[in-house]
Every structure is written in structure tokens, then in C-alpha cells.
Ligand binder design. Structure first.
Ligand code: 5GP
Ligand code: MG
Length: 176
């Protein structure tokens, strides 16, 4: 069984403040299309995209399921929803919830690189640098966190906890 931390790791207020500055950083890049990786990034995407508000900024949602790391270009990543999305010649901002091993984003970037975008930049709300197993860095990072399992603000554990406004740490009953 898992237990939530007594206090949030990152509060809704802290998230809102960071999103204001993050949006300023991203605006300088003038993205034309957002590719949001469901499901974990749905709240982050909604909050961030409103801060980027621009009449010609499009938004599309894709789903990525990772089955571990692979150095081969095919990877072990299943991506759905890319059919019918045209990123050719566009400036693309990929938004995901959290960068852990980095496998998901690395494989996704490889796939997107073959689709003719003029520029692809990646944005994650959270980064666990110490967990990285591949050489991948996001262009925009909301918060750096330690090696802990987090839930809330769109992030789940077995599909629960997503609707919590703050980000919490989940530990097992022994406090680990
Ligand atoms: P990666 O491919 O970078 O190892 O994994 C990234 C994906 O694993 C994230 O998009 C997320 O779905 C999941 N993940 C990694 N760490 C956490 C975490 O601490 N909490 C939650 N809820 N999901 C995580
Ligand atoms: Mg994910």
C-alpha cells in the first residue's frame, strides 16, 4: 500500500507561478503547434497553453506507451494519434508530464524528427535528472525533483490521484 506525503511536494500556487515564467521562456520560441502527450500532461497542457494564447497556435493530443528503453530507432514506444497530424515545416512544442528515464521522450523525438518539422522543442513539467538512462534533455523544464514517485496535477498512480491540484509524493507504508 502507498501513502501520500503529509504536505504537497509542489503546491498549486507554486505551479501557477512557475507556469507564468515558463510560458515567457516558451513564447520566445514561437511554437505553431503543441503536441501534448496524454494522459499525464492534460492539466499541465491546459494551464500552459492558456498562458501561450496565440490565435494561430494549434494543439493536438497523442498517446505514448513506453515498454522500456531501446537504442534502436524503432524503440519500444507505441504512439497513437499521430495519424493525420501534419507538423511539416512547423515549429513544434512537445509537452509531457515528467521526464524519468527519458526513454519516452527520446523515442518520441526520433519519430517526430522524421515528420519534417522545422523545429521541435520539448517541455516537461517535472524532471528527475538522477533517473536518466538515455542522453536526453528537455528544452523547457518546470521543476527539478528528486527520485520520488509523484502524483496529482494530472499525474496518476493506477489512474488515481490525477485530479488533485497539488503534486504529492507517494511512498510505501514504511516511508520509502
Ligand atoms: P520515461 O520514459 O521518461 O522513463 O517515463 C516517462 C513516463 O513515466 C511519464 O510520462 C509518466 O507517465 C511515467 N512516470 C515517470 N515517473 C513518474 C512519477 O513519478 N509519477 C507518475 N505518476 N508517473 C511517472
Ligand atoms: Mg507519460
Amino acid at each position: 500500500m502507498y501513502k501520500m506525503s503529509e504536505k504537497p511536494l509542489i503546491t498549486a500556487t507554486q505551479i501557477a507561478e512557475r507556469l507564468d515564467t515558463l510560458a515567457q521562456e516558451i513564447k520566445a520560441f514561437h511554437p505553431e503547434i503543441i503536441l501534448s502527450v496524454l494522459t499525464g500532461s492534460y492539466i499541465f497542457t491546459a494551464d500552459l497553453s492558456r498562458r501561450l494564447s496565440s490565435p494561430d497556435l494549434q494543439i493536438k493530443f497523442i498517446k505514448a506507451s513506453s515498454y522500456g528503453c531501446s537504442t534502436e530507432s524503432s524503440g519500444k514506444l507505441e504512439v497513437s494519434g499521430l495519424e493525420g497530424i501534419d507538423i511539416c515545416g512547423k515549429r513544434v512544442l512537445v509537452i509531457d508530464d515528467i521526464l524519468d528515464t527519458g526513454c519516452t521522450m527520446e523515442s518520441l523525438a526520433k519519430i517526430l524528427n522524421g515528420m519534417g518539422a522545422s523545429l521541435i522543442k520539448t517541455c516537461v513539467l517535472l524532471n528527475k535528472e538522477s533517473r536518466r538512462t538515455v542522453d536526453f534533455h528537455a528544452d523547457f523544464v518546470g521543476f527539478e525533483i528528486e527520485n520520488e514517485f509523484v502524483v496529482g496535477y494530472g499525474l496518476d498512480y493506477a489512474n488515481n490521484y490525477r485530479t488533485f491540484p497539488d503534486i504529492w509524493t507517494l511512498r510505501d507504508e514504511n516511508g520509502k
